[in-house]
Design a protein around this ligand. Structure first.
Ligand code: GLY
Ligand code: MN
Ligand code: MN
Length: 433
């Protein structure tokens, strides 16, 4: 058996218990062509992996709840020819043992075998509406069961989005997940340190991106968790800048939003620092403000506090600070109420973090912001993006700053998992080497 198989089996048992009755069917991700005969690097589906720990494409997990619970996996057959080209496959027999399933079948047997598990079940749970081809396939299986109506077989009458259970469970990380997230955070933290020290005027954004990617892979990470943003000067005011092709100019800031995925779990870090190693007075003023907003936001994260508390704390600090800097004019409460601060701070202060960078889980429950509980992981990432304009003091033109860290809610507060140099003094000292 795989070392972690019992962990995944226990997750499936929890899902089965929560469902109470019926069947859940979850497919892994498809391979995606990049051009003619090559594919994008394969990444399994997060829900499927959370339930199985199984990383091969062409696989489906079926969970039968009720009085006779069953864990079933469909996966690719062994194939000597394909394994010469593409590498090892477990095949159904070995996968049953290694991944702690009750039954396994060849992927090719899906249409023949899967509808049998739907017979006389009251409900069918799957991920509804994410992939039209999958929706069509599931409907085909339902209709195959309905076709047997005259022999007394009933098809499920309730279709439920499986995310109603899976998102809630994925939202609170177990110790196994937190250990992987710590590794992702450590690798990413180290990469940011390397990138800061590699930065100097005349190098290019892509060279610094390459330093990050090298640090991710040499740290054992599978891949970046998302497309790296390496944005210097005015590019930092483009929130999803990904061209990463500009030379680094003396006097500019460099914003890097990049992090690794380790063991299928993401980190998500942003640091902003001066290309020449020294903040200018205006850069320092804006940086200190974003830092104060982040510190205030992190201080709100504890069990019982609400999802929106960090955002509200960050918005208040940023808005008050922007009035002090002459970027906004008026009363802080009015500027918050009217949303005027959004001219310079147009995104929210964080998101859930896990297998997906923007991870599973609702932010509101019954219309109210969700309270934090231990084991939830989230980012805290305030920023300010000051585009050049006639009514903006010239010293602040084209300054874009974000500071992003990953935190886990603990029993009495939160722990920050990501620790690259963060204060002005720490960054300048680190860059001096
Ligand atoms: N890197 C994606 C984000 O910060 O949300
Ligand atoms: Mn983020
Ligand atoms: Mn980010």
């Amino acid at each position: 058996m795989q070392p972690d198989a019992a962990i995944y089996r226990a997750r499936r048992e929890r899902v089965i218990a929560e469902m109470g009755e019926g069947v859940m069917v979850i497919a892994t991700a498809s391979e995606v062509p990049r051009n003619r005969d090559t594919h994008y690097p394969y990444r399994h589906d997060s829900y499927f992996y959370w339930l199985t720990g199984f990383t091969e494409p062409e696989a489906v997990v079926v969970l039968v709840a009720g009085s006779a619970p069953r864990h079933i996996l469909f996966c690719r057959e062994r194939n000597e020819e394909r394994e010469i080209w593409d590498g090892f496959r477990y095949g159904p027999a070995a996968a049953r043992e290694a991944f702690a399933f009750d039954e396994t079948f060849a992927f090719d047997a899906l249409d023949a075998e899967l509808p049998k598990y739907l017979e006389n079940q009251p409900q069918l749970a799957y991920i509804i509406g994410r992939d039209m081809a999958w929706d069509t396939q599931v409907m085909g299986w339902l209709n195959a069961v309905r076709a047997k109506a005259r022999s007394g077989v009933q098809a499920p009458v309730r279709l439920v989005d499986a995310r109603v259970w899976l998102d809630e469970m994925r939202l609170v990380k177990d110790d196994h997940e937190l250990a992987l997230m710590r590794r992702a955070a450590e690798i990413s933290t180290r990469a940011h340190g390397i990138a800061m020290r590699a930065t100097r005027p005349g190098r290019h954004e892509y060279e610094i991106e390459a330093e990050m990617l090298c640090a991710f892979r040499s740290g054992g990470a599978a891949a970046p968790a998302y497309t790296s943003i390496v944005a210097s000067g005015a590019n930092a005011c483009v929130l999803h800048y990904v061209f990463n092709d500009r030379p680094l100019a003396d006097g500019d800031l460099l914003l890097i939003d990049a992090a690794a995925e380790f063991g299928s779990y993401a980190a998500d870090i942003t640091r902003t620092f001066p290309v020449n190693g020294r903040f200018s007075a205006a850069q320092r003023d804006v940086y200190e403000l974003v830092l104060a907003a982040q510190t205030a936001a992190i201080a709100t994260v504890r069990p019982g506090a609400l999802w929106n508390d960090p955002h509200e704390a960050a918005v208040r600090v940023l808005t008050a600070g922007m009035v002090d800097l002459g970027l906004l004019h008026g009363a802080v409460d009015d500027l918050i109420e009217s949303g005027a601060y959004q001219r310079f701070y147009m995104h929210r202060t964080g998101h859930w973090l896990g297998m997906d960078v923007h991870d599973a889980g609702d932010y509101k429950v019954h219309g109210a912001w969700r309270p934090f509980v231990p084991g939830m992981t989230l980012t805290v990432e305030p920023g300010l993006y000051i585009r050049a304009a006639d009514d903006v003091p010239a010293a602040f033109h084209n300054i874009g700053i974000r500071i992003e860290d990953d935190v886990v809610v603990t029993a009495d507060g939160c722990e920050v998992l990501t620790t690259p140099p963060r204060t002005v003094a720490e960054i300048e000292a680190w860059m001096r080497g």
